[in-house]
Design a protein around this ligand. Structure first.
Ligand code: VGL
Ligand code: ZN
Length: 220
């Protein structure tokens, strides 16, 4: 096997205890997709460049069954972006998106990370949403990612992707809470920003000491 050669020099990604987690870089979150994140396509080339400098890369995929609890279409009389109360707390209602096995759930065209080692699919339980790639929205059902990272001796994670104010920030907060040293690469993310969600996400990440940096800090 060819030796690992980080393209960005011996940066933090070369450390075997570090992983890059690229969140939900999927067709439905790009402009034109079912739940488009403004500018979502801009982060794909940056994600590729960042990933080239990481020995360990994990990809996540939002992966919902039909009739998922987070879809407005599942709740007659409700509209997209309405909030509803569910047994695990309040839930924003979304357009149908990232249906399992559909083109909208596929990875973004141009995403080029052949050395990614794990794909975590989340949101596959019909009655529970899952923004975080560590814990589902009931805050108790694990995805298994924390165990995977620990078993591999990884203690530091860098996150980028879509959307900063939902799946990236919830994942970052859970990673920090679980004792991982956690960085969010801010300019390699884009936000949905509905009802103050971005400000809330930044506050949540600050509270648990998620560190924020720019892609240039890693690519320089
Ligand atoms: C996401 C809303 C619903 C995300 C996923 O990837 O941020 N947002 N499902
Ligand atoms: Zn979703």
């Amino acid at each position: 096997m060819a030796p690992f050669k980080p393209t960005a020099g011996p940066g933090p990604g070369a450390d075997p205890r570090t992983a890059l987690i690229l969140v939900d870089l999927q067709v439905d979150f790009l402009p034109g997709g079912a739940l488009a994140v403004p500018g979502g396509h801009d982060v794909v080339p940056l994600a590729n460049r960042l990933a080239a400098g990481f020995r360990n890369v994990v990809l996540t995929q939002d992966w919902h069954p039909q009739g998922h609890i987070s879809f407005a279409s599942t709740h007659p009389g409700r509209a997209i972006y309405d909030m509803i109360d569910l047994p695990y707390g309040s839930q924003i209602l979304w357009p149908d998106h990232c249906l399992q096995g559909t083109p909208g759930a596929a990875f973004a065209p141009g995403l080029d990370v052949p050395h990614a080692q794990l794909v975590v699919r989340k949101g596959h339980h019909k009655a529970i949403d899952s923004y975080s790639t560590f814990y589902e929205a009931d805050r108790t059902t694990p995805t298994g990612l924390a165990g995977y990272l620990r078993e591999r001796g990884i203690d530091t994670v860098y996150l980028a992707g879509l959307a900063l104010d939902f799946c990236v920030s919830w994942s970052a907060v859970d990673a920090a809470r679980h004792g991982f040293t956690t960085y969010v690469i801010e300019d390699a993310c884009r936000s949905i920003d509905v009802d103050g969600s971005l400000a809330a996400a930044l506050a949540d990440m600050n509270r648990v000491a998620v560190r924020r940096l720019a892609a240039a800090d890693l690519l320089a």
